[in-house]
Design a protein around this ligand. Structure first.
Ligand code: PLP
Length: 406
């Protein structure tokens, strides 16, 4: 394969570190990716030489900071195929983006008796805000159930759509099971049924190219820290007319046009939905992450990551007593598994002592795991920088853990 994973790894300082005296094997990218040097450097440069508040200052530094921060909006729009930069709203992350939609669109558009379709596979971030909305409005939360292989029951989906749907809230890629959902098939049906479609792209954006113009969703959300950028910054993308119809969310600086003591008029998009001083360094860091993604051969890197993912699935299946939790043909990023007689937390601890970072537990997707008949799993999740060596280390580590726990 022409893709040079070692050269790519060399750009991530942390990947040369040791944990418990062992070389780090990082298999927790689903929780948060590591950062290339250029992202760390861009944020450091900002604080060393460019720091000032954005949007307000007449002085040079404020202009420089504003230009660097706002350039990220263009880079995001270009990366996801948005029609207009004003459709890109900066938030703290996926969670905040979904809460923003639930509390603006939801509070004004959803009424008692409306049906909110949510898949059983969702991260809590794409479930709990809709539960809260249903509770406050009297709307009905409707489940699209999981099948035993970790895919959705599309027959139930169509039957529920036929009964009416105000909303479809759906992930593109499952953080817990790795399942890639058939959105190209699902979204047109939801639109035909009159639903507003919210897609959680947190686990999709790092793993393949996204084209929102083609996807047909109304809202699309993701986090910077899972796509090689910093924590504290994320994106809410929405169709311009829909975003423009939303009432303001938080009130404060930047989101206003004119204020008297009694009342205010509001700014235009995107600022109307971005009250207060934003995460400036983080925004600049996200811009650097996008520059980095544009600078590598992303398609080759993605192909490499998928190859490592498939190799990991095959190798894990060879371990006696190991059961994959979720075996969808279309999957990316995360592999969940359980080993008979061994608690996930024990496995995770024993792997950690060997320098291998995996995640254990419910992965913020308790209903999905309940549907799969488990309380928790061990999850290995992958990024562009993982290699077959990482998989081999995981397998060795699991065999050591089995010997200790046996
Ligand atoms: N949705 C999915 C699919 C996720 O994987 C995550 C994080 O793991 C989230 C939402 C929440 O993201 P954040 O914590 O960055 O807001």
């Amino acid at each position: 394969m022409s893709f040079d994973v070692q050269a790519l790894r060399a750009e991530f300082p942390i990947l040369s570190d040791q944990v418990h005296g062992k070389p780090l094997v990082y298999l927790d990218t689903g929780a948060s990716s590591q950062k290339p040097e250029c992202v760390i450097e861009a944020m450091s440069q900002y604080y060393r030489h460019q720091h000032a508040n954005v949007h307000r200052g007449i002085h040079q530094l404020s202009q420089t900071a504003t230009d660097a921060y706002e350039a990220t909006r263009d880079k995001v729009a270009q990366w996801i195929g948005a029609n207009r930069r004003e459709e890109v709203i900066f938030t703290r992350g996926t969670t905040e983006s979904i809460n923003l939609i639930a509390q603006t669109w939801g509070r004004t558009q959803v009424r008692a008796g409306d049906r909110l379709l949510v898949s059983e596979l969702e991260h809590h971030a794409n479930l709990v805000p809709w539960q809260m909305l249903a509770q406050s409005t009297g709307a009905e939360l409707v489940k699209i159930p999981l099948l035993p292989d970790g895919t959705l029951d599309l027959n139930v989906y169509e039957a529920e759509l036929a009964r009416g749907a105000k909303l479809l809230a759906i992930t593109e890629v499952s953080n817990a099971l790795g399942t890639i959902l058939p959105l190209a098939d699902m979204i047109p049906k939801a639109k035909a049924a009159g639903a507003v479609v919210v897609v959680d792209g947190a686990q999709a954006v790092p793993h393949h190219r996204v084209n929102l113009a083609e996807m047909g969703a109304d809202f699309y959300v993701f986090s910077g820290h899972k796509m090689y950028g910093p924590t504290g910054i994320g994106v809410l993308w929405g169709r311009f007319d829909l975003l423009d119809s939303l009432p303001p969310w938080q009130g404060g600086g930047d989101m206003i046009e004119h204020v008297t003591f009694e009342a205010s008029t509001y700014n235009t998009l995107p600022y109307r939905l971005e009250a207060g001083t934003p995460a400036i360094a983080e925004g600049i860091g996200l811009g650097a992450a996008l520059d980095w993604l544009n600078s590598i051969d992303f398609d080759a890197a993605v192909a490499h990551e998928h190859e490592v993912f498939d190799y990991a699935r095959q190798q894990l299946k060879q371990i006696p007593g190991l059961r994959l939790i979720g075996e969808a043909d279309e999957a990316a990023g995360a592999i969940s598994f359980a080993i008979e007689g061994m608690a996930a937390s024990d496995l995770g601890t024993l792997l950690d002592h060997q320098g291998i970072a995996v995640r254990t537990g419910h992965h913020c997707a308790m209903p999905a795991l309940q549907a799969m008949g488990v309380n928790g799993t061990t999850r290995a999740s992958f990024g562009l920088y993982n290699s077959r060596d990482d998989v081999d280390a995981l397998i060795r580590g699991l065999n050591v853990a089995r010997d200790i726990l046996a």
